[in-house]
Design a protein. Structure first.
Length: 99
């Protein structure tokens, strides 16, 4: 199996593990500092894949560009108050969320 096929299979697996969930169900992850906000221009599945292969350089670029960040207190409160649903995927130890 070549690298491209392996990447496609891994991305497909990540995609299958992605789901919509009420933000209130993720409060414990926010409280533990493991909820990561993924900005809308980014593809949640691709970000999760890059986390899973430990692509530190790309993740650092996204952090530098403020396209990734720990969920802020303000975001968490707004999502809780509006009973928001978010897209989420687990890439241990992180929970990646996108509105």
């Amino acid at each position: 199996m070549n690298e491209s096929n392996r990447a496609d299979i891994t991305k497909e697996k990540v995609n299958l593990e992605t789901s919509k969930i009420a933000w209130k169900e993720l409060q414990r992850f926010f409280a533990s500092g493991t909820a990561v906000f993924v900005a809308a221009p980014l593809d949640l599945v691709d970000v999760a894949y890059q986390f899973s292969i430990d692509n530190k350089d790309l993740v650092a670029q996204w952090l530098q560009a403020n396209e990734l960040a720990l969920v802020s207190d303000q975001q968490a409160l707004e999502w809780l108050d509006s009973d928001a649903e978010v897209w989420a995927v687990v890439v241990k130890p992180w929970i990646l969320v996108q509105q």
